[in-house]
Write a protein that binds this ligand. Sequence first.
Ligand code: ADP
Ligand code: MG
Length: 817
Amino acid sequence: EKNDKDVKEEMHKKEDCKPAVFIPVDRLPEIQEARLRLPILAEEQVIMEAVREKECVVLCGETGSGKTTQVPQFLYEAGYASSGGIIGVTEPRRVAAISMSHRVATEMNLPSGVVSYQIRYEGNVTENTKIKFMTDGVLLKEIQKDFLLQKYSVVIIDEAHERSVYTDILIGLLSRIVPLRNKKGLPMKLIIMSATLRVEDFTENKRLFRTPPPVIKVEARQFAVTVHFNKRTPVDNYTGEAFRKICKIHRMLPPGGILVFLTGQAEVHSVCRRLRKAFPYRPHREKCAVFSTQSQSLSQSLPRINLDSYSALPVDEGDEDRQAGIDDNDNEGSDLELGDHPDKEKADPSIPLYVLPLYSLLAPEQQAKVFSPPPTGARLCVVATNVAETSLTIPGIKYVVDCGRVKKRFYDRVTGVSSFKVTWISQASANQRAGRAGRTEPGHCYRLYSSAVFGDFSLFSEAEITRRPVDDLVLQMKDLNIEKVVNFPFPTPPSSEVLISAEQLLISLGALEEPPRRGRLGEMERARLSCPITPLGRAMAAFPVAPRYAKMLALGRQQGCMPYIITIVAAMTVREIFEDYDRPAGSEEENTKMAGKKARCVQMRRLWAGQGQSVQLGDLMVLLGAVGACEFAGCTHQFCEENGLRYKAMLEIRRLRGQLTNAVNAVCSDAGVYVDNKMAPPTASQVLCLRQIVLAGLGDHIARRVQAEELLDPKWRNGYKTPLLDDPVFIHPSSALHKTLPEFVVYQEIMETTKMYMRGVCAVQAEWIPKLLPQYCHFSAPEESPAPWFCPLSGRVKCHQQSTFYRVSWKLPAIEM
Ligand code: ADP
Ligand code: MG
């Protein structure tokens, strides 16, 4: 263990070796003192020398060792932001980009205009910005505008161990950009930072770096963490188990913060709610007196409660608690471990516990609360999803409760079906989570699973790129003139099967040129993987949405449909715009309240679906109606609350509409679209047009109601057939088209829950399919067709043609060609 004096002496020695440039930073004494305690400070010289000498440096260090907050400061002091270029730092999560920029600004005593952040919709970057934190997607967009990233002198890729898709792609791109910059005499540095030692995918990958970059390891001053496994086989009810464990820790163990890992927002709120009920943090004065006199052991170990600061505690009754009325269906008391008497599980309400939720969708000011010290005398308990695993270091955590699971989106690359599944984490993740307990003193980690289960975990989490479609990435790469995407230096390459289907989709959307149909099989395969981008593809790449939606935007100018298409696309891109009232509530009273809200919500959706023609636009009309009504009412919290809309989602849609409108105007300078908050509903002919535009974008997501022959099997009742799935898919009961069951529909995605349900369903007409999606049809002359005739209007010979939809051979109406 190095003590402060040693560290300071080392620092002092280092002053001699500092580069000629040294930009002083005026830090507050207490900040400086805290910095000196961080393990990374001891490595400053090694790191900065490596950065000076090499183009790329890899830095590994435990979470909390100071990578994110300190490395940008080292670079700043060494003058990397003082000769024109700035320091860029990418984070896979918005939370981290925002909170880290605030923290570094505070540490350096600089305004947010100098240490800034940029995320998809917002930021505080100015002309004076020297250090810029951003999400990885933001930097990828910037590469499209300026491939050499000339405004940066250094780019730091943070949290590279998370292996987010954009991080992976950025590393691949930067492995080319950095040498190019240096060749052009515009020096640039790349720093890859990881919280785990598993960096071979970057360093040993000959396609990325011909000479492996140096790896610098930061020895973290990690205290011992005692890991406690559950002895029994894991219980399914891990939220209940987590709750009991927290109660026990809080009642029986010495002071120190508790950090709990669960899988999702609903679970986080459920446990928060139960904890707040069990340990209310606004105790009456007499209760506090009881606390300080009667429970002797605790009053000795906990500092005395300062009642004044305590009564000033924030009471979260707003935003979060609205979602918190959910309890899990757990059978409490049935499986108490460690020989507990059920009565003991009744938490002592006199002990204050300061409970805070933490997850990525939480509002930033709520998230920031975890960094401030808890009120005097109270114990901090943060109930989090895996955002707390590596991106954020919460001070003062001594106990970790780990459910051992994580919620992940799964995507079937053959069928395109998505689902969210809770799965076991990797051993690396479990150890990261445990490590959170030993930052300031020895700690304890309670794993809600047995050591045998842990032994079965995979060693590391797999890269995200292997789990998701890549059509958006392929389009962006083509836009960067990377034609042979298979040759791109991916840290972990996606399978060629996935790449081929991405190119195929982009060809169908008209974003890539059709490959020649000549040549031998191998050559054709290769040609299929290197199709150049079309002008339409370039326009699509300029829109910050997935290619299917970009296509809709590219077609949106007809009949004044653009504002509607922008709104529909924005609403489809934002996660969950409706509140979920289907979850079981806690008390009878809450149940009634929730049922009332649900009824109102159902009624509103029916209203938004419109009448006549607009009903055919289906769920997309509901989205359009909801956004329209909400904006008409001024997009207030109250309107959302009363009508079952998620306020945060509506604000996000508003920002995205603005952004998409700008993008549309930039792509076609004469489009003249503006965001109209008092948008009139679309006319009947506009609705027809909107449905056709949607069909052109979602052409490969088509489904047809089952035919008579399939109905012999009861599982097909009310089901739909899709070209790729053997099993039926269904229209969800909450869909606007649930009663109508049109013959042909297109859908946004298929989500597998109790059944395979289509989300975002819109009805289309059979005769549009051969016209708008000829690429998916086989044409032939109809059986009984008139002979070809001369059309004086077009001056062409015309004939009727009949088509069938590829793979499924659906016979489509004959059309004039
Ligand atoms: P790493 O990136 O290596 O995980 P960080 O640079 O994020 O480490 O954190 C270094 C230290 O700074 C940690 O000990 C953490 O507690 C502290 N820290 C980070 N953010 C804040 C904040 N907003 N408020 C107070 N302390 C913080
Ligand atoms: Mg970090």
